[in-house]
Design a protein around this ligand. Structure first.
Ligand SMILES: Nc1nc2c(ncn2[C@@H]2O[C@H](COP(=O)(O)OP(=O)(O)OP(=O)(O)O)[C@@H](O)[C@H]2O)c(=O)[nH]1
Ligand SMILES: [Mg+2]
Length: 417
């Protein structure tokens, strides 16, 4: 009896199992019918995309009325803007000005980043031209990419060999020895020939390139810079209206090893050309002992907005030629930053040099973030005020304010680091 009961239990259990198997298999077959494999989904999506794309193409052949009617229906149920929006392009006349960049073909993506920032924050409203200069021919990629990003006209110039080579009077052996010594001392770019040509070119030639002769004002832009605030006004017009000739956003002390005799050459220039030294100049920015020695303060020239006619003046050219004859671009490693700064400091009146507190800027490794919360908020700045270099002990900007008897921007004490 017990054996029969056990058999019965087995039969009932087997029946239940069969029923369960039936339900499971029938429900999964329903699932198979509605679930799609990834490749099927992709196929369907691409078919539907093709369909709508073809419709769009078809639509574009329809009369304009239909297109606007379709547009109207797309906005139905949403709220249209009824407030006045700022004009896409700033109204008014433009100055005779251009951006200028010295670059190699290999810098294309780094300069693309810079251009995008300059355009977004400033130039899309003003559409100024952009001149690109190179010691080699620019390739098609460089031209294509940069032209697509610049809202003004783009121009591409090759630098002539005599502006990018050793002058005849340079002793090649002496120059090579210096490069070797600087390499051993691990001085940045100390052994580089091209860096020296670059510094000499930026010091004495870029403003004389045939493409630059069409312009009076320039704004220098280097690869991989950042702008952190909107610039709503025409900076070139500001310079002109306020009789400014040179401007900066960051200042600091130069690496002494690169310019041991630059001040000696400057002093002999002052002796030889006293007529070029301006009354009311910024000597106190450059020297703590009325010109006996250089304190190494300079404006950081990777950002510059300036007047090209000043750089093309006899005064500036006499200064450049005097330095070039001394040979320090090759026997040392004179940078264009101290060269421009000493020239501006001695040959311009104090108030012809402008500090743009409101142009927030980064070039590795320093940031100028405007002092004063109001300025930062008004101009939609996205820099961290803590990164501002201006009131750091290695900056010369406080000195600039002091020698000009200018009040430091509001909030300076709070942001003093
Ligand atoms: N055509 C060309 N441009 C150069 C050459 N060397 C530097 N430049 C450009 O000259 C400018 C200054 O060079 P950088 O390499 O940025 O020099 P730097 O700012 O002192 O140093 P970084 O910290 O490297 O930026 C940049 O716009 C460079 O693209 C070169 O050999 N040929
Ligand atoms: Mg640079």
């Amino acid at each position: 009896m017990a054996g029969t009961q056990r058999y019965l239990r087995y039969i009932v259990f087997a029946f239940v199992c069969l029923v369960l198997i039936f339900f499971i298999s029938s429900s999964s077959s329903v699932g198979q019918g509605s679930l799609k494999s990834p490749s099927e989904i992709l196929k369907e999506q691409s078919a539907s995309w093709r369909g709508s794309h073809q419709e769009e193409a078809h639509d574009s052949e329809k009369p304009a009325q239909d297109a606007s009617a379709a547009k109207g229906s797309a906005t139905t149920g949403t709220t249209l803007n009824t407030h006045a929006l700022p004009p896409a392009t700033a109204p008014g006349e433009r100055m005779n000005a251009t951006f200028v960049t010295l670059a190699r073909n290999g810098d294309v993506w780094e300069i693309a980043r810079s251009i995008r920032q300059v355009e977004d924050r400033f130039n899309r409203k003003f559409n100024y031209d952009w001149v690109f200069l190179n010691d080699a021919e620019f390739d098609d990629t460089f031209k294509k990419v940069t032209t697509s990003l610049v809202s003004g006209k783009t121009k591409y110039g090759k630098i002539s060999t005599d502006h990018w080579s050793f002058p005849s009077w340079i002793d090649q052996e002496k120059a090579a020895k210096v490069r070797q010594e600087m390499k051993e001392k691990k001085i940045i770019y100390g052994d580089s020939i091209s860096y020296r040509h670059m510094c000499r070119y930026e010091s004495g030639f870029f403003f004389r390139h045939p493409l630059m002769l069409d312009y009076e004002w320039y704004w220098r832009v280097e690869p991989s810079i950042e702008l952190f605030c909107d610039i709503e006004y025409d900076t070139f017009k500001f310079m002109a209206e306020n009789k400014k000739k040179y401007s900066f956003v960051l200042s600091l002390y130069e690496y002494v090893e690169t310019i041991p005799t630059l001040w000696d050459a400057t002093k002999s220039f002052i002796e030889k050309f006293p007529q070029h030294i301006a009354q009311g100049n910024s000597m106190a920015f450059l020297s703590d002992d009325d010109g006996k020695t250089y304190n190494h303060c300079h404006f950081w020239s990777n950002f510059e907005i300036g007047n090209l006619n000043w750089l093309r003046s006899d005064a500036y050219l006499d200064f450049f030629n005097h330095l070039d004859q001394a040979g320090g671009f090759f026997y040392e490693r004179w940078g264009d930053a101290p060269v421009h700064s000493i020239a501006a400091g001695l040959m311009l009146k104090k108030d012809e040099i402008h500090f743009f507190n409101d142009i927030a800027y980064y070039h590795v490794p320093f940031t100028h973030c405007p002092t004063g919360e109001k300025t930062r908020l008004d101009n939609k700045c996205h820099c961290n005020p803590k990164d501002n270099f201006d009131w750091n002990g290695y900056s010369c900007t406080a000195r600039y304010f002091e020698i000009n008897n200018m009040q430091k921007p509001e909030g300076y004490e709070k942001e003093h680091s």
